[in-house]
Design a protein around this ligand. Structure first.
Ligand SMILES: O=c1ccn([C@@H]2O[C@H](COP(=O)(O)O)[C@@H](O)[C@H]2O)c(=O)[nH]1
Length: 276
């Protein structure tokens, strides 16, 4: 398989820079008139597949909302990932895994080995056991043509207390992570396969994203308060690498398939205009 970075660049150039999050909150299931159980979950996910799979570059199922229904929820996640991928949209599974290297290897094989039932195009990972602990995931992703998005500057208000902390070398924790990602992506064309998660909500923090040469997943738009206009302020010169992500803002337009699709296309237009 082609490297994830190349596949992502092609998908964005064809369908525009948008990631739609698939977050079946219980409040959304209720709003859509669905039961808060595995049947409601499957209907919700199937509707999102029908509405957006042919129209956006990337979808981001949030694993937590499937996991809460146990093994049957995971079965819905497996089938949702498969349906999206068969339709040609890239699947970034938001699982935020991170552990010591030997356990990280098992997480990597669960999500990045393309013969696994939960095989995805990319996953989110947490680097807070040390960037080096992610090595098994980075290696397997490279071998399998998959991608990895590393948490760096998250969209939540609690993030800066950890991520802006200054390490022994004088750089913040977040900048150290960003620099490690830049090293891994060095020389890749058109784009490296290791991304960073940088919230659209964070404002100007002074972190240098200019050498990353990889995708910058930007959650926090819509429900968490950020707007496409914030992207320029947060990302500056790194704007061309930004992959804006919306979950609730788009999902609130369901369950009508046409309404949901229209909301996704509106968000894609707004992001395209903001990214220039
Ligand atoms: O920094 C982060 C990292 C991940 N997320 C995830 O993105 C979606 C956001 O949902 P909205 O409904 O668009 O607020 C959700 O799955 C989070 O877990 C994030 O928000 N911030």
């Amino acid at each position: 398989m082609e490297p994830f970075g190349s596949r992502l660049a092609a998908a964005v150039s064809k369908r525009g820079p948008l990631c739609v999050g698939v977050d079946p909150h219980s409040a959304l299931l209720a709003r859509w008139g669905l039961s808060d159980d595995v049947e409601g979950l499957a209907r919700f996910a199937g509707t999102v597949v029908e509405a957006v799979a042919d129209h956006v570059a990337v979808v981001k199922p949030q694993s937590a909302f499937f996991e809460r229904f146990g093994s049957r929820g995971i079965a819905v996640l497996e089938s949702t990932i498969r349906q999206f991928r068969e339709a040609g949209v890239l699947v970034l599974l938001d699982v935020k895994r991170g552990d010591i290297g030997s356990t990280m290897a098992a997480y990597a094989s669960a999500y990045l080995d393309q013969s696994s039932p939960l095989a995805s195009d990319a996953i989110t990972v947490s680097p807070f056991l040390g960037f080096g602990s992610l090595r098994p995931a980075l290696d397997l992703a490279a071998e399998q043509g998959a991608g990895v998005f590393v948490l760096a500057l998250t969209s939540n208000p609690e993030g800066p207390a950890v991520q802006h902390a200054v390490g022994p070398g004088g750089a913040t924790v977040a900048q150290t992570i960003i620099d490690e990602i830049s090293q891994v992506n060095r020389g890749a064309t058109p784009l490296g396969s290791v991304g960073a998660v940088v919230g659209a909500t964070i404002g100007e923090t002074g972190h240098d994203l200019s050498a990353i040469n990889g995708p910058l997943l930007a959650p926090g738009l819509g429900a968490q308060g950020a707007t496409p206009d914030d992207l320029r302020r947060v990302f500056g010169a790194a704007l061309p690498h930004v992959l804006p992500s919306y979950s609730r803002e788009v999902l609130n337009a369901g369950p009508d398939v046409a309404g949901l699709r229209a909301a996704a296309l509106r968000a894609a237009d707004a992001c395209r205009a903001a990214l220039g």
